[in-house]
Design a protein around this ligand. Sequence first.
Ligand code: IFM
Length: 443
Amino acid sequence: MNGRFPDGFLWGAATSSYQIEGAAAEDGRSESVWDRFCRIPGKVLNGDTGDTACDHYRRWEEDIRLMEELGLSAYRFSVAWPRVLPEGGGPVNQAGLDFYDRLVDGLLEAGIEPFVTLYHWDHPLWIEEAGGWRVRETAYAFAEYASAVEARLGDRVRHWMTLNEPWVTAHLGHRTGQHAPGLVDSGAELDAAHHLLLGHGLASMALRAGRPGREVGIALNLEPRRPRSGHPRDVAAAALEEGLMNGWFLDPLFGRGYPDDLLARTGWPASVVEDGDLAAIAQPLDAVGLNYYRTEVVGDPGLRDEDRPPPLQNDPAEVTEMGWPVTPSGLGEMLRLLRGTGVEAVYITENGAACPDTAWKDGAVDDEDRCSYLERHIIEAGKAIGEGVPLRGYFVWTLLDNFEWSFGYARRFGLVHVDRTTQRRTPKASAYWYRDVIARNGP
Ligand code: IFM
């Protein structure tokens, strides 16, 4: 497919609650696992926190105006669980939900379709203190939270994503310790992944109970892994990493259970999987969201270079400020992988680049590098549509420069520059570039 995208294709931007809202103690919100994690010395660059973030909780009307100026047809945001259920066993906090209620109304008035993600990593601290995603009770608590949000927003919100990137929560949060809750425990990683998937399944049922006609999905970060060389140990290392990111989630979601080869290679005892769990996880999926940024070259760390055959893959030369290789072809590959699942709708729920953003021209950040990154990925998305991928929308990560987790505010992904002292929003060159893409309905 060249040029114009199909009529009705959605062009959006995505954000998440902890990364932009601020107002950490407003209207009854309780502490989240990220509030606590940010306070552990050395965990987040420069000791940054999401206490104020982009102050979106107060500036949401201004932010909707920005979206209108760009011509967005959709906006993906997440709900903060600690605003909705601040205390374990306590009542639903309607004051916290009021914020999302106003936001949804404001978006609809502006002609922007809301896409709600229920969980983008900021669960309440009381959940973590009760065992977090290591325990199955959290999956049930998540479904109750989903019901509470649905009860308030479900009359107007048609598009729902349960979880954002469960691999990240499980892997970075429980195995490498780079994300909250900061555990370093390989067993906990896979237990957490299972409970996240179970939570997804139970929440999907809760979302569907009552109101028909909504679209329920999950946003996954799927990435290809390339073996550094043809040495069987490099090939096996790449296959293991790729399997744990992709198949480990896709297979149970599409009713195939956990992949046998990975079960054998990880030695995960799977003792947390109870009867009925796999059926609960394999709820019908109306949509899959793909968050795509990069591919990675993987080798067996125990293999010396002199023992390797000539490399199949060198690390790509072009990287973003995150050090992530720029590899648009991997996006096409992951879209084709999703086509193979038979799912009816696919969205690119995140795609974007952290750039240095140091050059300014005519009062705006001159981020030609970001435009080029986005353009190459959008072209790849267009090709995938031509190959029969049921791609229905594309969301840039992200609208505003925001809190980039363990990098604090030191990485900027936004289409819109945010001055950290004044909170002034200034669209970058990429915002105007994206506005023109939207107006043309294609790159
Ligand atoms: O900022 C994150 C987002 O929260 C989840 N996906 C990747 C983005 C960039 O790291």
